[in-house]
Ligand binder design. Structure first.
Ligand SMILES: *[C@@H]1O[C@H](CO)[C@@H](O)[C@H](O)[C@H]1NC(C)=O
Ligand SMILES: *[C@@H]1O[C@H](CO)[C@@H](O)[C@H](O)[C@H]1NC(C)=O
Ligand SMILES: *[C@@H]1O[C@H](CO)[C@@H](O)[C@H](O)[C@H]1NC(C)=O
Ligand SMILES: *[C@@H]1O[C@H](CO)[C@@H](O)[C@H](O)[C@H]1NC(C)=O
Ligand SMILES: *[C@@H]1O[C@H](CO)[C@@H](O)[C@H](O)[C@H]1NC(C)=O
Ligand SMILES: *[C@@H]1O[C@H](CO)[C@@H](O)[C@H](O)[C@H]1NC(C)=O
Length: 526
């Protein structure tokens, strides 16, 4: 009888938490072709209209500063910051403007925090760049969309003035790129150009502006600051229509175009523009994450063939600020982590996650909000600055990359549709690994399965590490918008600094580890 109930309990337990075992082979050494990964892999693209909400106007916004500085403390490198996006093509300059004057359209349930349609800025607007953490690399957008060269030149002069100020120079904050125009492939749809606007016409416009803007900025083959090229919303991936390869064929890299050192493209996995959301599981799924990035392989190859660097200069889950219950959730943190890490395997050097005040997909909300980001309804109480779950993706990636400033990362081949894994190398030797279980554990899910991972080390002359430390991103349900913990700690604090006590597991590698649905783990070998 006793044996029978023990068996019954055993059977019941194995039904409740079905554990599948998967063998994962982890190379101990990186090879020369193992992609390098920067400590600022996860960087930020900031909507320009509310820029001073992020930085502060006359004094620093410490909450935002702290969220960036946390990352800098982990990798020694703060995230790179791009400012502009949709706003950059609606911005003009007027010397006597204090910070910015903005005109916002009415908000709607689908777009509770719309972008400004008209932004006028003065010197003080660009000068607040000084509130970013020391050593931040910056990209500023200037206006091409309005087709007003004077506006572009005045903005450029003001940007250059800001970066030559003693405060910004002393802080080591540098202007990497000027970006002229945001998503010019959409100009024909959004009224900024004629309906028949072509890629060749855009190249002509761009080169015409670049002559004046490069002169105003003092750009040269030897200057640190360069142009960022393309910034398209979509891509034909061929030499017709809008794509890097089409732009190269139309002469983008001639004349002042020789001052382009990096090509930027934008990507969203879908859109919420008409108010219909994507499913969280679709976003998180290993194969769709790969599908959304591998489509750029021809564009990346064409870019490398020109000797240029390649970034995703603006990206996030679903366009038009995200889908409610999807983009703002813990599941989206796992998406962001897998997405950014997989991008490294295609030699995308940086991934700029787009953020805006009140945007559903924003990893950081830098100021107090009074209406819901999900439907625009008034909040019962003001919501102070806070991080959203996606912020943990930046923290985890940073910890995995570490402090050497020359880490390498390799996607591990894992024969399981919901388990992704990456190994991280320091000075060529295995240091850490990240695993992600992308099965969405939803409110309606009745059981939470786990997958058991057995780590095998490819035979090498080097000693196999005996022990590992396992740090877990603990998530209640994939749809949770808060309450996520990382190694028992939280960044959901009033000042954006980490709180709580660190909790990790030390165990022999030979035991392997379990990873449950909707979980990410960082394994450190020692
Ligand atoms: C666990 O739940 C899923 C649905 O989320 C279901 O497909 C599966 O059969 C369940 N497994 C067990 C062992 O009950
Ligand atoms: C934008 O705002 C500025 C300053 O308020 C104003 O001078 C300008 O006319 C406006 N532009 C448009 C197109 O409304
Ligand atoms: C742009 O450059 C041309 C040629 O140097 C010059 O004539 C023109 O005034 C410049 N425009 C602006 C707005 O600076
Ligand atoms: C272009 O921008 C300049 C500088 O702000 C402004 O004076 C001028 O009116 C603008 N031109 C048009 C056509 O809007
Ligand atoms: C594009 O459309 C404009 C009218 O919006 C027209 O004037 C122009 O000739 C057209 N250009 C081409 C190349 O078809
Ligand atoms: C991109 O991801 C979405 C889910 O978020 C998926 O529906 C879509 O098919 C993916 N696109 C590609 C090209 O793989």
């Amino acid at each position: 009888m006793a044996r029978f109930s023990a068996l019954k309990i055993y059977v019941l337990a194995s039904i409740l938490s079905t554990v599948h075992a998967v063998d994962v082979s982890v190379p101990l050494l990186a090879g020369p072709s193992t992609p390098k990964v920067s400590g600022s892999l996860i960087s930020l693209s900031i909507e320009g209209d509310r820029w001073t909400d992020w930085t502060g106007t006359t004094s620093r916004n410490n909450f935002f500063f702290n969220t960036l500085d946390n990352l800098k403390q982990i990798t020694r490198e703060p995230p790179h910051i791009r400012i502009g996006a949709n706003s950059e093509d609606h911005t003009n300059f007027r010397q006597d403007t204090h910070f910015a004057q903005t005109v916002f359209p009415p908000y709607t349930p689908v777009v509770p925090y719309p972008e400004a349609t008209n932004i006028t800025v003065g010197d003080s607007y660009y000068a607040t760049t000084r509130f970013l953490p020391p050593d931040t690399h910056v990209t500023w957008g200037v206006n091409l969309g309005s087709n007003n060269i004077t506006a572009a030149v005045l903005e450029t002069r003001s940007i250059v003035k800001a970066f030559s100020s003693p405060e910004i120079k002393r802080a080591g904050i540098v202007l990497d790129y000027l970006e002229m125009g945001n998503e010019p492939d959409l100009y024909k749809n959004n009224g900024l150009r004629a309906k028949n606007y072509t890629s060749a016409q855009w190249v002509d416009d761009w080169l015409r502006f670049a002559r004046n803007v490069s002169a105003a900025a003092g750009l040269s083959p030897t200057s640190h600051t360069k142009f960022l090229g393309a910034s398209f919303a979509g891509s034909s991936h061929t030499t017709t229509g809008f794509s890097p390869q089409a732009a190269f064929a139309a002469g983008l890299l001639t004349g002042p175009g020789k001052l382009i050192s990096t090509i930027s493209q934008h990507r969203y996995s879908g859109s919420f523009c008409a108010g219909n959301g994507g499913l969280l599981q679709d976003l998180m799924t290993k194969s769709t994450i790969r599908g959304n990035l591998t489509i750029f392989v021809p564009d990346i190859q064409a870019t490398f063939a020109q000797g240029l660097d390649y970034i995703l200069g603006e990206t996030n889950s679903y366009a038009c600020h995200g889908a409610p219950g999807v983009s703002n959730t813990a599941g989206a943190a796992l998406w962001a982590l897998d997405y950014a890490l997989f991008a490294t395997q295609l030699k995308i050097s940086r991934v700029f996650f787009h953020v805006g005040v009140g945007f559903k997909y924003s990893m950081i909300q830098p100021v107090t909000l009074t209406r819901s980001t999900l439907d625009g309804s008034p909040l019962p109480a003001p919501l102070p600055p806070h991080v959203q779950p996606q912020y943990y993706a930046a923290i985890i990636a940073a910890e995995a990359i570490g402090k050497t400033c020359n880490a390498q990362v390799l996607e591990l081949s894992i024969n399981h549709p919901q388990i992704a894994g990456y190994a991280f190398y320091e000075h060529g030797f295995l240091a850490r690994a990240v695993f992600i279980n992308s099965k969405a554990y939803l409110p309606e899910s009745t059981n939470r399965t786990s997958v058991h991972l057995d780590l095998n080390f490819a035979a090498a002359r080097y000693k196999i590490p005996p022990m590992m430390t396992v740090k877990r991103l603990v998530i209640g349900r994939a749809t949770d918008a808060s309450g996520v913990t990382w190694g028992g700690q939280t960044y959901e604090t009033s000042n954006g600094r980490v709180g709580g006590h660190l909790k990790v597991e030390h165990k022999p590698i030979a035991q392997g580890l379990d990873i449950q649905e909707t979980e990410a783990v960082l394994v450190s070998f020692h």
